[in-house]
Design a protein around this ligand. Structure first.
Ligand code: PGA
Length: 249
C-alpha cells in the first residue's frame, strides 16, 4: 500500500479528485467504484468543480456504489442513492442508466444482492474503487468478522456503525440496522483502490491498518493483499501514529 500524507481534509479531497481525474482522462470509459459517508463529499465537490470548469466528462463512465441501507428507497433522503444524486450525479454528465447502486427497497433483498453481483461480473472489473474506512476497520459495510471470500450480501450493521451513522438521522430508531454491501472479495476484484482517511476519529484505524496482521476481524487489513492500493490520509488521521512514535511509512 502506498501512503500519501496531506495536511487536511481539503487537501485530501483535492488530491483524491486529481487522482480520479487523471484516471478518467486516461480512460474515459472507466468503471468507477464509489463510496458514500462523510469522507468522500469533498472529493465529489472537487470533481464537480473540475467538470464545470474543465468539462471532464462522465458520459461514458459506469459507476458502481459499495452499499445501500436495507429498507430505504431512492427517494428517502438518507438512502445512499439519494446521497449520490445529491452530492455528485446531479451535477455531472453521467448517464443515470450507467449508475449502479443496490436497491435498498427491493422486494427480495437476497435476490438484489445476487443481481448486483451479476451486474458487477457482467461489466468486468471496476477500474478504480474509492473507499472509506470505519472506526472498526469496515470497508463498504463489511463489518469485522466478514469472510474475505464474501460477495455482495446483506449485513447486520455493528452497533458502532449504527451509532456513527445516527448523525444523519433524526433519531436512533430511524437508523437502518441492515444494509446490502459489496463483499470483500467483490471489492478486492477492483483493479485499483483509493482509500481516503480523514480526522482524528480514524486515527486508530489507520495505525491498525498499517501494523496489524491481515485478519478478518479488521476487514480493511485485506487491502494489504491487493497489489494497487493508494491511501490518502490527512494529518488528523495520523495523530495516533505520531503518539506511538511510529516512523512515517
Ligand atoms: P465516513 O464513513 O466517511 O462517514 O467516516 C466511512 C465508512 O464508514 O466507511
Amino acid at each position: 500500500m502506498k501512503l500519501i500524507l496531506v495536511k487536511d481534509y481539503q487537501e485530501m479531497s483535492k488530491q483524491a479528485a486529481e487522482y480520479v481525474i487523471e484516471k478518467l482522462l486516461q480512460n474515459p470509459n472507466m468503471k468507477l467504484g464509489l463510496a458514500t459517508g462523510g469522507t468522500p463529499i469533498g472529493t465529489y465537490k472537487f470533481l464537480i468543480e473540475d467538470h464545470k470548469r474543465n468539462g471532464t466528462s462522465y458520459q461514458n463512465v459506469k459507476s458502481f456504489n459499495l452499499d445501500e441501507y436495507v429498507g430505504l428507497s431512492a427517494t428517502n433522503e438518507n438512502s445512499y442513492r439519494y446521497y449520490m444524486d445529491d452530492v455528485f450525479f446531479n451535477h455531472i454528465d453521467i448517464k443515470k442508466k450507467n449508475v449502479h447502486i443496490p436497491s435498498g427497497d427491493a422486494p427480495d433483498i437476497q435476490k438484489e444482492c445476487e443481481d448486483y453481483e451479476k451486474v458487477l461480473t457482467k461489466h468486468g472489473r471496476v477500474d478504480l474503487q474509492i473507499l472509506g474506512i470505519g472506526n472498526n476497520g469496515h470497508i463498504g459495510f463489511n463489518e469485522p468478522g466478514t469472510s474475505f471470500d464474501s460477495k455482495t450480501h446483506i449485513v447486520n450493521l455493528a452497533s458502532s456503525t449504527i451509532r456513527a451513522n445516527s448523525r444523519y438521522f433524526e433519531s436512533m430508531e430511524e437508523v437502518p440496522t441492515r444494509a446490502v454491501t459489496m463483499g470483500i472479495a467483490t471489492i478486492m476484484q477492483s483493479k485499483e483502490i483509493l482509500l481516503l482517511v480523514s480526522g482524528e476519529s480514524k486515527s486508530k484505524a489507520l495505525l491498525k491498518l498499517w501494523e496489524n496482521e491481515v485478519d478478518e476481524y479488521f476487514p480493511a487489513s485485506v487491502l494489504k493483499k491487493h497489489p494497487a492500493v493508494t491511501v490518502i490520509a490527512d494529518e488528523a488521521a495520523y495523530v495516533e501514529w505520531k503518539a506511538n512514535n511510529r516512523a512515517f511509512a
